[in-house]
Design a protein around this ligand. Structure first.
Ligand SMILES: [Zn+2]
Length: 320
């Protein structure tokens, strides 16, 4: 709790001292920590809704170094959505980002691919700093252990190197516990929420994007039925601007050539649960912190970002 207050105070100080501007709509998830900040600092954790309309200006932007990411689905999927349907939804969600072309030249595709590695037994959000991992997508049917179960639709927790912004791991939770049913139909039933829209938004978080100020963007923080299934020009600017078609990704240290495609999760792949687990953060738009709970002496940053049903976001940090 102390940490939460400290981070919130830092965020407020940052908001007061520095102008927050946003020349474009899309935002990258940031480490939130400047060079002289103590470990655990995240100047952007605890930002309120107004502040979240701008990009976090502190620290370094997150990115995947490899040309490929592999992910898994928890094998039970959901009482509402079969594994086969979930596989289709998430395949399309990631392809919506990775099949983007960045000019009239059809060969100018973005330089990141996402591969489905199959179902896994583990449904735990976590990252093993020493052993094999999986980037898992899991439906929460029976409970939602984060704040605001009625309005939070999905939550993606990412781990990264706080000194460079390189991403290590991403796990996604879908709230199937809230009272509104999930739908995958092209004609949305009354009262239901559109799973493909949620999936495409959360896929953007997996790729290292935070919330956009562009209200028509898939990465806008508040859910819109159906129209988040496809990318807006703002989302396209984001994915093309980071994972460039020349096979580099834009990092704080400049353009970095992608490693050749290997979708194996960091330190190897396992379908079993990793030794370290986390309940992740709560609510929406929690732009990252260096987790003080890391079991490893090597600090690993943690960020959790989600999508809410209403334009109502809470100031919180994922570090409590
Ligand atoms: Zn989100």
């Amino acid at each position: 709790m102390e940490l939460r207050n400290t981070l919130f105070a830092l965020a407020l100080a940052g908001a007061t001292l520095g102008p927050i501007s946003n020349a474009h709509g899309f935002c990258r998830t940031m480490t939130g920590r400047e060079a002289n900040d103590p470990p655990g600092t995240n100047r952007c954790a605890g930002w309120n809704e107004r502040e979240q309309r701008a990009c976090c200006p502190y620290g370094k932007p997150l990115y995947w170094k490899n040309a490929c990411i592999g992910y898994s689905l928890q094998k039970d999927a959901s009482r509402q959505v079969s594994l086969a349907d979930a596989e289709r939804v998430f395949t399309r969600a990631f392809e919506t980002w990775t099949k983007t072309t960045c000019s009239s030249d059809a060969a100018s595709r973005v330089s990141i691919q996402v591969s489905y590695l199959g179902p896994v037994a583990c449904g735990t959000v976590g990252y093993d700093t020493d052993g094999p991992n999986q980037n898992v997508i899991v439906f929460r049917d029976s409970s939602w252990d984060h704040m605001d179960a009625s309005n939070t639709l999905g939550l993606t927790t990412v781990r990264y190197d706080p000194t460079t912004g390189e991403m290590f791991d991403a796990d996604m939770e879908i709230n199937a516990y809230q009272r509104r049913p999930l739908s995958i139909a092209d004609s949305l039933p009354s009262g239901a929420v559109d799973l493909p829209s949620i999936a495409t938004h959360e896929a953007g978080h997996v790729l290292g994007f935070a919330h956009s100020s562009a209200e028509d963007a898939t990465m806008f923080a508040s859910y819109r039925a159906m129209t988040m299934r496809d990318l807006s020009p703002d989302d396209t600017s984001g994915i093309c601007g980071v994972y460039k078609s020349d096979q580099t990704r834009v990092t704080a240290a400049g353009p970095l050539p992608a490693d050749s495609c290997d979708p194996t999760p960091r330190h190897g792949y396992t379908g079993a649960c990793v030794s370290e687990s986390s309940s992740g953060g709560g609510g929406c738009s929690v732009p990252g912190d260096d987790s003080p709970r890391s079991p490893s002496p090597i600090a690993v940053g943690l960020s959790a970002l989600g999508l809410v049903l209403l334009r109502r976001m809470r100031a919180t940090t994922s570090a409590d």
